[in-house]
Design a protein around this ligand. Sequence first.
Ligand SMILES: NC(=O)c1ccc[n+]([C@@H]2O[C@H](COP(=O)([O-])OP(=O)(O)OC[C@H]3O[C@@H](n4cnc5c(N)ncnc54)[C@H](O)[C@@H]3O)[C@@H](O)[C@H]2O)c1
Length: 181
Amino acid sequence: MAPKLKKLVLTGAAGRLGSYLREPLAKMCDELVSSDLAADIGTLYARETYVRADLSDLAAMEALTKDADMIAHFGAIGDEAAFDAILQSNIVGAYNIWEAAHHNSVRRIIYASSIHAVGMYPKTDFIGTDVPHRPDTYYGLAKCFAEDLAQMFWDKRGLEAVCLRILSCAKVSSARGRFMA
Ligand SMILES: NC(=O)c1ccc[n+]([C@@H]2O[C@H](COP(=O)([O-])OP(=O)(O)OC[C@H]3O[C@@H](n4cnc5c(N)ncnc54)[C@H](O)[C@@H]3O)[C@@H](O)[C@H]2O)c1
């Protein structure tokens, strides 16, 4: 069994995936620091604390990730939006997370990327994880930026990252949803 982490930071803790992740992540570490823009996230699990912070604030991200072993970076605008909003939360936010992680010698970031990073490939194509980016939205473009940021910080600074291209994590309520069109 993998050794327990000391401090784990979860961004996007008030969101859909963050809400699913809080309980299992709290069991993996001595201290889970959950963070989001929300005023609060309800009842906290054992060993969990909550910090309200904006991803676009570098100083806040540096304070949040101090002494962390790992960051699960799930905070972002979770769908297509105006470019200015994507720029602050998803692009500047990702930059701040990686800069703060490096500043604080965090070992690893788990990043919630998306299939929208490669959304312009025809749905009938079987593509690998190593194909060039072909984003279908500003949202997908921001995922490409963060994936490249992760690669650059690994190549230049040895900061580990795992970028998960999540397909969909939502209740399937239609035939279209099952097909993932
Ligand atoms: N749910 C899915 O099916 C799916 C699929 C692919 C990728 N993803 C990715 O997974 C992550 C989580 O998705 P979700 O469905 O839980 O989204 P969500 O919208 O439910 O949660 C995202 C959270 O990020 C927070 N956030 C946004 N901007 C912020 C900022 N500037 N500072 C601090 N917090 C901020 C929001 O307040 C929200 O609680 C996102 O990065 C999303 O792009 C989700």
